[in-house]
Design a binder for this molecule. Sequence first.
Ligand SMILES: NC(=O)c1ccc[n+]([C@@H]2O[C@H](COP(=O)([O-])OP(=O)(O)OC[C@H]3O[C@@H](n4cnc5c(N)ncnc54)[C@H](OP(=O)(O)O)[C@@H]3O)[C@@H](O)[C@H]2O)c1
Length: 330
Amino acid sequence: MKQRSLGSTSRSVSAIGLGTWQLGADWGDVDEDQALAVLDASAEAGVTLFDTADVYGDGRSESIIGRFLAARPGHGVTVATKMGRRAAQEPENYTPENFRVWTDRSRTNLGVDSLDLVQLHCPPTAVIEADATYDALDGLVADGAVAAYGVSVETAAQALAAIARPNVTNIQIIVNPFRLKPLDEVLPAAQAAGVAIFARVPLASGLLSGRYTERTTFAADDHRSYNRNGEAFDRGETFSGVDFETGLAAARRLAAALPDEVSLPVATLAWIASRPGVTSVIPGARTPEQARANADAGRLLDEETDLSGFSRAVHEVYDDLLRADIHPHW
Ligand SMILES: NC(=O)c1ccc[n+]([C@@H]2O[C@H](COP(=O)([O-])OP(=O)(O)OC[C@H]3O[C@@H](n4cnc5c(N)ncnc54)[C@H](OP(=O)(O)O)[C@@H]3O)[C@@H](O)[C@H]2O)c1
């Protein structure tokens, strides 16, 4: 598995990481044994980056990762967590005091003295643009509460604002075949500034697994049931903001352009990971089998599998079916 520098830190992270929202909540039931099996399967396959957040299952995802870390000394995994959604997303809540309370809770959940990386969890634009935000984050680093910080963002404009700040280690943003705008300016700007990019929602919440049909349904407590129109949080976080039927049509066209013997999710992850400027792709997995399959995308990178035909299809499908709705929005 290719390892890449985490911004200007001395750490490296795998080109294919693991998203662990599924191990918290909002994706139907994932029991604790299964959650630990997902972490084990990923680590055994060479994954060295776990992405989590203090709000995933109200700390459940972090606590399960904490159990993994404690049981596996020498694990070599970097844990990136997030903060900022335990209170209303109002600028006045992004204070040094709240940052301290939130990071202390994550340190306890994860069982670590210092967080490897904490990301602001899609804060309002005013917070991303305020000097005070970065002063407070620098304070956390100076105190040793966190080793590094980054910003998870919704839009390309927010990403560019955060990349301009000198001590930002990473930006987390949606990059996938249904979300190409970051390729225009965000990835080049990050690369020029030495800022790492984590590509989230790489499978468009599973639409790019190629498994779903018009008849697929999701559990009532799964955000793919309750946030399709942005009822609970930004609609861009569910199916990447693409309407389900359009997403199915787009996924079918991409599936027709796959290299031999490569599945749609694996080709998608390898394609994202090989965009210049992307540091790590962080697919979520609900089962160890999914985690292993996703890590296998690392093999395509090692073998330099030719993805040029798939890449052409990605751009054609985006232009035909998605650009008009997606590009102006995120
Ligand atoms: N605001 C933020 O900062 C933010 C927002 C969203 C996500 N994230 C992070 O990004 C990570 C990734 O995004 P995501 O989990 O939302 O979406 P995703 O990675 O695009 O999709 C995950 C879903 O894809 C399906 N899947 C995964 N691997 C598969 C495989 N090998 N074969 C078939 N299906 C597969 C599973 O669907 P089924 O459940 O149907 O099996 C899984 O639940 C999250 O876990 C989280 O860490 C951050």
